[in-house]
Design a protein around this ligand. Structure first.
Ligand SMILES: Cc1cc2nc3c(=O)[nH]c(=O)nc-3n(C[C@H](O)[C@H](O)[C@H](O)COP(=O)(O)O)c2cc1C
Ligand code: SF4
Length: 518
């Protein structure tokens, strides 16, 4: 009987040598005359174990990892084709604690099958959400999404159902669904993993958004740094179109919906929704003043749903299992699950989907296993480059939009970057200002000028020039940026800066002579 061997084609796994492993497996199969088929699956998100090779056996899947090309011959000697034991054996992948402890709703299929096989997708429950949606009226779909409590996973946490309702009720000859796949935040890769590992779930979610709002065209705006995601999404859209999921009659219904893939312009600010719309229209990626809201006047001035990849990819399961099923996970006003992306100085980096309510400490200490260097954790930046630095004293904060806001932080797109005790928080504060200065679209003064002045002022603090006075100036500047900026790039840069100053004052104090001279 033919054996199926799974080797990820996800960018993260490829960066760790998955392609060489695939070539080595091919060579061994042919040299040993083994009847085997290689399936290039997505990643399950256990990046500390990638490349993770899996074999389908009579007892279920057996995993090995992290596999290097040089390990492959030895793996076959040990009977990899039958799930034989080897020092890289991980057993049933679903039982690896990092995976077993997760609640996988949005990522339920990611990394299990061939990402562009629609048959695999359907075999694992794909398209049931869309079929359920097609049996409802648009307002019933919108109500279902509203009742689920789903909030935008791009950063702002705005209720998805309310946004859809606005677009649905807007009168227009054309409407659009735009998927924001710019994913510019540091430490984030959830959007990429879905697009490379389970692209049909995003296509299904966008199609449901189209049916619910009356939009007939969708665009996925993918950052140019994601060539594999662009290729996989492009292929998946072609397959969906050929199979009648997309096109003039979605799954044989009277609804028309089609999707185009667009490549981003390589600017962080192009992730901001109005800047993204300008970029999609072929204009410079500059932020637009709101109102008008994109929901009323978005792409080419037409009503537009702009949603993050994860928001849209969470919709099929909500339509499939019902809003209560989804809403029953989570805490407070943060319902469902959140894919936390663990990066930086950690033992176990990867994607951990959990119900809202898990604490930062559980993620950093238990799931991520502390730092890779073995040194104490000093700070964790939550929510990308505009997120606050959390000290250990705040590790009891649960993942919940309101709980993070109450601690002067944000969840953002749920990427976390862990730093050990060698991190210099003054340098990190300066980096935040510098990042803002580089990425600013230039439209408003607090951000365009303020960030440059912020870098200069923090440099004076570092040089020991009128330290107290300059720190007070940075605080004042942060207030101006926070309340005077047009968008969250300038408006949120104060979070990393002020959290570094407030939680790590020692790093802003005068340095002992010997250290300062280094
Ligand atoms: C500077 C800046 C960058 C942003 N980058 C992204 C991004 O890469 N991806 C994303 O989904 N949202 C990003 N956002 C948020 C979007 O403006 C918008 O809120 C989001 O796409 C709405 O989708 P959601 O409601 O599904 O979260 C960014 C916002 C700002 C201010
Ligand atoms: S805050 Fe910065 S990025 Fe946002 S509109 Fe103003 S200048 Fe542009």
């Amino acid at each position: 009987m033919s054996v199926t061997i799974y080797i990820p084609c996800d960018s993260g796994a490829l960066a760790l040598g998955a392609e060489k492993v695939a070539r080595a497996v091919e060579r061994e199969i042919s040299a040993r005359g083994i009847d085997a088929k290689i399936v290039r699956n997505g990643s399950r998100g256990l990046y500390f174990l990638e490349p993770m090779v899996e074999v389908a056996t009579a007892q279920g899947r057996v995993a090995y990892g992290p596999v290097k090309a040089k390990d492959v011959a030895g793996l076959f000697d040990a009977g990899l084709a039958e799930g034989g034991s080897h020092r890289l054996s991980l057993g049933d992948p679903e039982k690896i604690p990092f995976l077993a402890k997760q609640t996988r709703l949005t990522f339920a299929r990611c990394g299990i099958t061939d990402p562009v096989s629609l048959n695999d997708y359907k075999a694992l429950g794909g398209l049931t959400g869309l079929r359920a949606a097609l049996a409802k009226t648009p307002s019933e779909i919108v109500q279902t999404v509203t009742d689920s409590g789903l909030r935008g996973r791009g950063g702002a946490g705005f209720p998805t159902g309310i946004k859809w309702k606005t677009v649905s009720e807007a009168k227009s000859d054309r409407k659009f669904v735009v998927c924001n796949a710019d994913e510019g935040d540091s430490a984030t890769f959830a959007d990429r993993m879905i697009m490379e590992g389970d692209p049909f779930v995003l296509i299904e979610g966008m199609t449901i958004a189209g049916v619910a709002t009356g939009a007939t065209n969708g665009f996925v705006y993918i950052r140019s740094e994601y060539p594999h995601a662009i290729a996989t999404m492009t292929r998946a859209v072609e397959v969906a179109r050929a199979e009648g999921v997309l096109g003039p009659t979605v799954l044989g219904s009277p609804n028309a919906f089609d999707i185009e893939i667009r490549t981003g312009a390589g600017a962080y600010v192009c992730g901001e929704e109005t800047s993204l719309l300008n970029s999609l229209e072929g204009k410079r990626g500059v932020v637009r003043a709101k109102p008008p809201l994109p929901a009323l006047q978005g792409l080419f001035g037409k009503p537009t749903v702009v949603n993050n990849v994860i928001s849209l990819a969470s919709v099929p399961i909500i339509l499939d299992k019902g809003p209560t099923y989804y809403r029953d996970f989570g805490m407070g006003r943060s319902r469902g699950t959140i894919p936390i992306q663990i990066a930086g100085n950690v033992k176990h980096g990867g994607l951990f989907e959990a119900a809202f309510g898990v604490t930062l400490g559980e993620i950093v200490d238990d799931i991520a296993g502390g730092t890779a260097t073995g040194r104490p954790v000093k700070a964790v930046q939550v929510g990308g480059p505009l997120g606050a630095y959390f000290p250990r004293a705040l590790f009891d904060t649960p993942f919940d939009y309101e709980a993070f806001a109450a601690k002067d932080g944000l969840i953002g797109h749920a990427g976390i970057t862990v730093f050990d005790d060698t991190a210099d928080m003054l340098k990190q504060a300066r980096f935040a200002m510098e990042f803002c200065a580089i990425e600013s679209c230039g439209k408003c003064t607090p951000c365009r000028i303020g960030s440059t002045r912020g870098v200069e002022t923090l440099d004076r603090v570092a040089a020991g020039v009128e330290r107290e006075k300059n720190l007070a100036l940075v605080t004042d500047l942060c207030n101006t940026m926070k309340f005077g900026s047009l968008c969250a790039l300038g408006g949120f840069t104060p979070y990393p800066v002020m959290s570094a100053i407030n939680h790590f004052p020692d790093d802003f104090a005068p340095k002992p002579m010997a250290e300062a001279a280094e």
